[in-house]
Design a protein. Structure first.
Ligand code: HEC
Ligand code: CU
Length: 405
């Protein structure tokens, strides 16, 4: 008897610990439990509904179970006593068949409804019943990065998808190598991308400005787990401005500094076979039109010059094992790589950057819990920073420490 209670206690204890651990999982910019988009909200509602139903069933079963255990426990009486034997009870059997059916219906109706709503990629209709122009983006997944081409706008970018808030953005999605899965948990559910020629469609509607994190959700190779990307939601006006700025870029622009100019030439000689600047649909490697505005290098690596030089020199071999820049044949002096880095980090054609995602749900401080080691390193530097004014504009991770204090 005693032992049974102990193991039950242990189970409850384990559940409590698990709940605590899981509650730490959700980062606001990467959590299906803190929806910031139309689709994510529907999915969240379904989760809550099914949890409520499950809890209801759980409580009812536990109550009956406890009642029966107590009421019908062994009594002090003749050990040969045999209780009244019953067999079959129509009322009860009907009841416990009907109740689950009702519960399943309560769950099924909104699930089916939302499934169709989420798959709906027909144009939005305004109050007068007129069809609105849809903003379509062609999304291509590749080992281990994402490419985005704004349909009809002559704008291409990679890794960081800019979208306007409160407007449905339509994605037409495929893969250029293996199956990947596009997932921005705060905004919508997952969608697979296939290399076989068929395109999948989905929509994104972000309700708040912010930089939302996306993950590849289909095992696609050694760097699958770091095939990260971002969705940057800015106001509709800012988005228009961004598009116009991006449209101006031809890739021929001469950078200001002489070093960057040399970098540009080196880039043209060594890198242009795989990378494009401007709307050129080169898809062996990411489009670098606004590379200067990236929040992360290659989706996951801290964005700074040192890492960029290392990326160029090692072709990302250790930062993203198995990535296809490793196929590149160039050999460069460190000095040359630095010049290229200077050129690339200056590629910022628009004033609209992730900083404009004002009410950003992704703040540097949030990151410290994801990258605990960095936090320590910054602790050492924080003294030097004390006098420096805090500007929210500094997207650098150095602000993390201060944000938290
Ligand atoms: C063989 C084709 C190829 C060549 C040549 C090449 N790259 Fe890449 N590059 C890639 C691929 C593929 C990726 C994506 C890697 C990943 O994230 O998995 C990449 C990623 C990058 C990134 C990160 C982009 C981002 O959006 O964050 C930078 C920066 C970069 N390359 C710079 C260069 C430079 C500089 C050169 C020339 C010195 C160069 N690449 C030459 C294929 C190439
Ligand atoms: Cu992938």
């Amino acid at each position: 008897m005693m032992k049974g209670w102990m193991s039950k206690f242990k189970a409850v204890f384990a559940l409590v610990v698990l709940a605590l651990v899981l509650s730490g999982c959700g980062e606001p910019f990467l959590s299906a439990l803190q929806p910031k988009g139309e689709g994510a909200e529907m999915i969240y509602d379904l989760m809550i509904l099914s949890i409520v139903i499950m809890l209801f069933v759980f409580v009812v079963v536990i109550v009956i179970y406890t009642f029966v255990i107590i009421k019908y426990r062994q009594k002090k009486q003749d050990p040969d006593f045999i209780p009244k034997q019953t067999e079959g009870n129509h009322a009860l059997e009907t009841l416990w068949t009907v109740i689950p059916i009702i519960l399943l219906l309560i769950l099924a109706v909104p699930t089916v409804q939302y499934t169709f709503a989420l798959a709906d990629t027909s144009p939005e209709v305004n109050e007068e019943g007129e069809e609105q122009d849809s903003l379509w983006v062609n999304v291509t997944g590749a080992q281990y990065w994402w490419h985005f081409e704004y349909d009809g706008l002559e704008v291409s970018t990679s890794q960081e998808l800019y979208i306007p808030t409160d407007r449905r953005v339509y994605l037409s999605m495929s893969s250029q190598d293996v199956i990947h899965s596009f997932w921005v948990p705060s905004i919508n559910g997952k969608m697979d991308v296939n290399p076989t020629g068929n395109t999948n469609e989905m929509t994104l509607l972000a309700q708040e400005e912010g930089v939302y994190w996306g993950k590849c959700a289909e095992l696609c190779g050694p760097s699958h787990s770091i095939m990260d990307f971002k969705v940057v939601a800015v106001s509709p006006g800012e988005f228009e401005e961004w598009v116009q700025d991006m449209q101006q870029v031809t890739g021929e622009e001469t950078p200001e500094s002489a070093t960057a100019q040399e970098g540009q030439e080196l880039f043209a000689d060594n890198c242009m076979s795989c990378h494009a600047i401007g709307a050129d649909p080169n898809k062996i490697g990411p489009n670098l039109t606004n590379f200067g505005d990236r929040t992360k290098l290659a989706g996951v690596v801290d964005y700074n010059k040192e890492n960029l030089v290392e990326w160029i020199q090692t072709k990302g071999e250790e930062m993203k094992p198995g990535n296809h820049m490793m196929d590149a044949g160039y050999e460069l002096e460190d000095e040359e790589a630095e010049k290229i880095a200077e050129y690339l980090m200056g590629l910022s054609p628009s004033d609209i950057t992730t900083e404009n995602a004002e009410d950003s749900v992704y703040k540097d401080s949030d990151l410290s819990s994801l990258f605990p080691e960095e936090e320590e390193e910054e602790g050492e530097q924080s003294e030097d920073e004390e006098d420096g004014e805090e500007s929210d504009e500094e997207g650098s991770s150095e602000d993390e420490e201060n944000d938290e204090e």
